[in-house]
Ligand binder design. Sequence first.
Ligand SMILES: [Zn+2]
Length: 344
Amino acid sequence: MSRTGIVIDKLFVDHDNGMGHPETSERILAIAEMLRHTGMRDEVTILEPRDATKEEITLVHTPEHYDKMASTRGRPRVFLDADTTTSPASFDAAVRAVGGMLSSIDAILEGKLDRAFPFVRPPGHHAESGKAMGFCLFNNVAVGGAYLTQLKGIERVLIVDWDVHHGNGTQHMFYDRSDVLYFSAHQYPFYPGTGALNETGSGDGGGFNVNVPLSEGMGDAEYIKIFSEILGPVIEQYKPGFILVSAGFDTFFEDPLGGMRVTPEGFARQARFMLDAADKHSDGKIAFILEGGYNLDGLWICTKEVLEELLDKKRTDYDIGSQPTAADDVIEKVKKEHSRFWEF
Ligand SMILES: [Zn+2]
């Protein structure tokens, strides 16, 4: 079995968006119950909680944004945008969520773990350098990317974002950089509005931002074909030293926010695809981090499927042949748009 680390912490339950909000503490409780019920709690390494420092968080965020988030500490509810709020514990939770990303990275770089999946709240990929939005305070995965390239000497980092929403924050933070490649497949047009095909990066970052905008209704076959036909060749040519996955589970077929049709087995396939890619191209170095996913039963079963792949308890076959799918048109468009940067 592979050595797989997780991060889970009471602070991720304490962060509270208020009554009726889909990004609820129960998401973490569902995952904790899954870990207990399946016995996987005893098969993973539970990493010591660690808080990210201001220096680490401001690798991608402005000091003003950090200070603004810090000022919410201990205060009752503060509204940051229409659907993003803080409770007294939210700042501490957000700092520890980033820390969960970083302690996972450290343990992998130090060779203590093969892989990791921090189960954190709040999620991160919508947070911009100077702004909280879309349930996100700090951009966990983006701090991870900057930490790896700027402080840990990793030359190229790949961030794969399979959340149903586009990770506007992550895209913007690395838009003109070639040392962090952002790949996202997402529902479009949809919240947050970014993620068009022709957003390919600028300056030195040209070609290092790959968007696959999808109409709703895409399922297992479409996602794995997108991975095989677009992401696979990009990884092969980019040769990342580390892979980070913004793992949202709101493409699940019964998610209340997303409009996709991915099954639990589909998530197992996506995870196995990423693990194989990491083994082949980044010396196995890969960490997943929780983003969205709002159907609690879906979160339970889908994180179970992914964790079983990380632990190598099973190896789901993702080679589904090349039958036509509803994503074929957009796959061709993405290839065409990116043909000046990548060979497909
Ligand atoms: Zn999402």
